[in-house]
Design a protein around this ligand. Structure first.
Ligand SMILES: C[S@@+](CC[C@H](N)C(=O)[O-])C[C@H]1O[C@@H](n2cnc3c(N)ncnc32)[C@H](O)[C@@H]1O
Ligand code: SF4
Ligand code: SF4
Length: 363
């Protein structure tokens, strides 16, 4: 492994990416539901679909502080803050921000102030263009996307976290244009049709058009899209070398949760630090996005990041494969502001250029 890696790293660009991420040291990640509460009820939200809000947030501030100290002592250094809606708990959010690298995922309705959160990565969720987003997220009434655009105009911390649905590929361009005109970046994930609504939100109908559009957006805005064509391919095909995506290979699981006792014994990599904490901050769940949920409807981008990150060795067969791995992993560090976002994002056009061959089959 040493020699091939050395050979690939003779390329100064790859060397730069690799040394940037290695300098950081190991990432000890967890996910935390900072609150059980939310100001929306989106269609098929995994959190409410499995009643995860039943584990109530502790009202006592001291209990939250104990949690922070315990995680620090355990070595945690990176937290994906979710819920519920994190913007409803700004004081606690600030405590996490002060102690860890964090990415906060928010619905965008309530602005997270700049002061106190200057270098925090914020992923603002959007599920489609105004009408679709209003229908799926705003109960047919609230234009959630419009509120988010207003709240985060020219905010450099923001990457729009665009959950795509299979029958709405024609909206991708317009959504991306609006986010970019708003002065923000864009990343993608894919809707999991947990409530079996079917039809135009179900990705079992295929990813073709959506992937085509994402790749077109990478070509059009290479300096703004925080997702590689390799990630796009892995999620849409559900394949990584000889492995097929699913529970048996997913490494985004709580390592010491009883539900995963057999999984951690199956020989596939898992993260021996990761825990997905429920809002009570005491109990954990099977994985970041599910308790007993059927994994065949999970296309979660963070879980796929973990799958790819843990399989560097498999990507050493050629420089091209290693480039797929490295550029994708680099985007994880960049998107979460674990490395200097401003500096790293200057490399985006070259990152996308390096894997342009993957887009040829789509475009
Ligand atoms: C549960 S939410 C919590 C954070 C915040 N309330 C929000 O909506 O951004 C975390 C992320 O999961 C996404 N999400 C929820 N249900 C989903 C589903 N069924 N399929 C794909 N993504 C989903 C949301 O869009 C959001 O980006
Ligand atoms: S805003 Fe987030 S937590 Fe609330 S219902 Fe929508 S996806 Fe779920
Ligand atoms: S729902 Fe997704 S993240 Fe959770 S165990 Fe299944 S595949 Fe992994």
């Amino acid at each position: 492994m040493g020699n091939v890696l050395k050979e690939y790293l003779q390329d100064p660009f790859l060397h730069r990416l690799y040394s940037d991420i290695r300098k950081v040291g190991s990432i000890k990640a967890i996910s935390v539901d900072i609150t059980h509460d939310c100001n929306l009820r989106c269609l098929g939200c995994y959190f409410f679909a499995e009643n995860m809000d039943k584990n109530k947030t502790p009202p006592d501030e001291a209990e939250f502080d104990v949690f922070v100290e315990r995680e620090k002592a355990r070595g945690t250094n990176f937290i994906t803050v979710i819920g519920g809606e994190p913007s409803l708990m700004l004081d606690r959010l600030e405590k996490l921000y002060d102690n860890f690298w964090i990415v906060t995922v928010t619905n965008g309705l309530r602005k997270i102030p700049y002061k106190g959160f200057e270098n925090m990565s914020i992923a603002v969720s959007v599920w489609g263009d105004h009408e679709t987003d209003k229908k799926l997220r705003g109960g047919g009434k609230v234009d959630v996307f419009a509120e988010g655009l207003k709240n985060y105009k020219n905010d450099p911390r923001v990457g729009w976290y665009y959950t795509t649905t299979s029958g709405h590929a024609h909206e991708v361009e317009s959504v991306v244009e609006q986010c970019i005109e708003n002065g923000n970046h864009v990343l993608f994930t894919f809707y999991g049709d947990i409530s079996q609504t079917g039809g135009d939100v179900d990705h079992h109908r295929g990813f073709g058009q959506v992937c085509h559009e994402i790749n077109r957006m990478i070509e059009r805005y290479p300096d703004r899209i925080l997702m590689t064509s390799y990630m796009n391919k892995v999620i849409s095909t559900g394949k990584l070398y000889d492995e097929k995506w699913g529970y048996d290979v997913c490494s985004s699981i709580t390592f010491d949760n009883e539900m995963n006792r057999e999984r951690v014994k199956n020989g596939k990599p898992y993260n021996p630090h990761f825990r997905a904490y429920n809002p009570d901050l005491k109990t954990t769940r099977r994985c970041c996005v599910g308790e007993v949920r059927d994994c065949s409807n999970c296309f979660d981008v963070w879980a796929h990041y973990s799958w790819i990150m843990m399989s560097m060795k498999r990507h050493l067969g050629s420089k091209r494969e290693f480039t797929n791995w490295l550029t994708t992993v680099y985007l994880f560090y960049m998107t979460n502001w674990i490395i200097d976002f401003k500096e790293a994002s200057k490399l985006l056009p070259e990152i996308h250029k390096r894997v342009s061959y993957l887009r040829e089959e789509f475009l």
